[in-house]
Design a protein around this ligand. Structure first.
Ligand code: FAD
Length: 469
C-alpha cells in the first residue's frame, strides 16, 4: 500500500510531534510513523497500582527551559516548583550526613554546601580545585565545534576517569565527575566510557549550573505527547500511526519513500527522522548515509538508565525537615529526589540506577534488586522508606525503541574524528541533512540536548529547515 503526503515524520516522541505540529500548522499534510504502540518515547507517565501518576521518563523542567515552559503554557498544563525545602542527605564512605543545599550548583559539592559535609579539609580543597579546572575547560568549549578547543585531540582521547586520576589521587575528587557522567544531565555513561572533552561539552551545552531540575509538570510530563497528538489528529485524523516501525528510506530527485516493517510505503517530498541517533542505524537509507555519519552513529551508544519510583502514603521526610535529595556512594541508587507536588501527594521519591549498574543490577533476580533499592532508600530516608505503597522500576535499556537513557553519548576520540567529519562546516552534534531527510530528536540540538528543551528545539529547527526548502 502506498500513501502520499507532504512530509513524513519518523518517531512520535516530543521532538517528532513538535516538528509535525509546526509542519501541519504551515499547511502541510504530515504522516507521523511511530514504532511503539504508544506515543511519547522517553516522555511517558503511568498510573501506579495505588493510583499515583508518575513519570517513567523525563519529568523536570529547568530555569532556562523556555521552549518547554511555553509549550506547557500553550497546552494549559500547570508547572509546580520542585521541592528543595529543608536539608538533603549526603552519603560518603559509610557516613550519612544531613546537610543544607548550596545556593549555587557551581559552588556546591553535588548541590550540597561543601563546608557542611564534615569532610576533611584537604580532600575538599583537592576536589574544589579539580572542579575549578573542569569549569575552566567547560568555559573554553565551543558548543558547535568542541574539536577546536585547545588540546582537543588529547582531551578527546582521555577518558573522564583518566583525566581525574591524572589530576588528583583523592577519592572524593572523583565523586562529582562520576555523578555528572552517570546522572548529571546527559547522563547514563561511566567515566571510562567517554572523554573529558565530551563531558565538558555536555556541561557547555546543558549546564547543571542552570538548574535543569527546577520544576515539574503537575499531573506528569507524560501528558504532553497525547495532547500534541490530539491536536494533530484534530487537524488531520489518522495522521499519527502507531506500531509502524520505519525500516527503509529511499530518496530520489522527486521525493522520499518511507517503508515500514509491515510493508507499507509512504511517499512525501521530505522526511524528518526524530529517533535516538543509534536507532538511525536500524533504518536502511538509499542512498546510504555517508561513511562518517555511520561511523559517528556506531560510536554513539545510549546511556544505561533505570528509573525507580517509590510512592508513599505521605512525604514523611518533609515532616523531618528533609527535602528528599539523597546523593552518595550507595550500592544501587545514584540519586533520589522528591518528585511530588508542593502539597505532598502523591508522595514520590524518584531514583536512578545509572551507567553500568542499570545493566548489572538489572540482571539480578527482581527480589534481590528490590532489596538493594529499598536498602539504599532506607539508608537515605530511614525505616519508613522501606515500606513504599508502590515501587516501580523502568529499565530503559530493555526498551528496543529507546535503547537506553537519558540520552546518547559518544565514545572517546569521537568528537575530534567522526563527529567533526560528519558535522562538516556547520558543526554541531548532528550532520547536515541527508538529502531530503532532516534530523531531529533531542540529541541533535546544540542547546539542552538530552532534555525536553533540546527535543523541542531540534523538532522546531528541522521543521523550519524543511519549510524553508
Ligand atoms: C528516565 C529518564 C529521565 C529523564 N529526565 C528528564 C528530565 O527530568 N527533564 C528533561 O528535560 N529530560 C529528561 N529526560 C530526557 C527526555 O525524556 C528526552 O530528552 C526526550 O523525551 C527525548 O525526546 P525525543 O523525541 O528526542 O526522543 P524519544 O522520546 O526517544 O522519541 C523517539 C521516538 O521514535 C520512535 N522510534 C524509534 N525508532 C523508530 C523507527 N525506526 N520507526 C518509527 N519510530 C521509531 C520511538 O519509539 C520514540 O517514540 C529523561 C529521560 C529518561 C528516560
Amino acid at each position: 500500500m502506498v500513501t502520499t503526503v507532504d512530509a513524513v515524520v519518523v518517531g512520535a516522541g516530543l521532538s517528532g510531534l513538535v516538528a509535525a505540529r509546526r509542519l501541519q500548522r504551515a499547511g502541510l499534510r504530515v504522516r507521523v510513523l511511530e514504532a511503539r504502540t504508544r506515543v511519547g518515547g522517553r516522555m511517558v507517565s503511568t498510573s501506579t497500582p495505588h493510583g499515583a501518576v508518575v513519570d517513567l521518563g523525563g519529568q523536570w523542567g529547568g530555569v532556562s527551559h523556555h521552549r518547554f515552559a511555553a509549550l506547557l503554557d500553550e497546552l494549559a498544563l500547570e508547572t509546580v516548583a520542585s521541592h528543595y525545602d529543608g536539608q538533603g542527605v549526603f552519603h560518603w564512605q559509610g557516613r550519612r550526613v544531613v546537610a543544607p543545599l548550596a545556593d549555587r550548583f557551581d559552588q556546591s559539592l553535588l548541590f550540597f554546601e561543601p563546608e557542611a559535609l564534615g569532610l576533611p579539609g584537604a580532600e575538599l580543597a583537592a576536589t574544589r580545585q579539580l572542579q575549578r579546572a573542569f569549569a575552566d575547560l567547560v568555559a573554553q568549549i565551543d558548543p558547535m565545534r568542541p574539536w577546536i578547543t585547545a588540546g582537543a585531540q588529547q582531551l578527546d582521547r582521555l577518558t573522564v576517569a583518566q583525566w581525574v586520576s591524572q589530576h588528583s589521587t583523592v577519592p572524593l575528587a572523583r565523586l562529582p565527575f562520576d555523578w555528572l557522567c552517570r546522572v548529571g544531565g546527559s547522563g547514563g555513561f561511566e567515566p571510562w566510557e567517554t572523554s573529558i572533552l565530551h563531558l565538558a561539552w555536555t556541561q557547555a551545552v546543558a549546564p547543571q549550573a542552570e538548574s535543569p531540575e527546577a520544576w515539574l509538570v503537575r499531573g506528569g510530563a507524560g501528558q504532553v505527547p497525547p495532547l500534541l497528538v490530539d491536536a494533530l489528529e484534530a487537524g488531520d485524523p489518522g495522521c499519527v500511526q502507531l506500531g509502524q516501525a520505519v525500516v527503509a528510506i529511499n530518496q530520489s530527485a522527486e521525493g522520499v519513500s518511507v517503508a515500514t516493517a509491515d510493508g507499507q510505503w509512504h511517499q512525501a517530498s521530505s522526511a524528518i527522522v526524530a529517533v535516538p541517533p543509534q536507532l538511525r542505524l536500524g533504518i536502511s537509507f538509499d542512498p546510504p548515509l555517508p561513511a562518517a555519519h555511520r561511523a559517528l552513529l556506531q560510536r554513539s551508544p545510549m546511556g544505561g538508565m533505570t528509573k525507580i519510583l517509590a510512592v508513599y502514603a505521605r512525604p514523611f521526610w518533609r515532616g523531618q525537615g528533609l527535602n528528599g535529595l539523597g546523593i552518595g556512594d550507595l550500592a544501587a541508587l545514584e540519586l533520589t529526589a522528591d518528585s511530588g507536588p508542593p502539597e505532598g501527594t502523591p508522595a514520590v521519591l524518584a531514583s536512578f540506577m545509572a551507567g553500568e549498574r542499570a545493566l548489572t543490577l538489572g540482571a539480578l533476580p527482581a527480589a534481590e534488586r528490590r532489596q538493594l533499592i529499598l536498602s539504599d532508600l532506607m539508608t537515605y530516608w530511614g525505616p519508613e522508606a522501606g515500606q513504599p505503597l508502590d515501587l516501580i522500576e523502568q529499565p530503559w535499556n530493555a526498551e528496543p525503541w529507546s535503547g537506553g537513557a537519558f540520552t546518547g553519548f559518544v565514545g572517546p576520540g569521537t568528537w575530534t574524528s567522526h563527529a567533526r567529519l560528519a558535522a562538516g562546516e556547520q558543526g554541531g552534534p548532528a550532520p547536515a541533512a541527508h538529502g531530503r531527510v532532516l534530523w531531529a530528536g533531542t540529541e541533535v540540538s546544540p542547546r539542552w540536548p538530552g532534555y525536553f528543551e533540546g527535543a523541542i528545539d531540534a523538532g522546531e529547527q528541522a521543521a523550519a529547515a524543511l519549510l524553508e526548502r
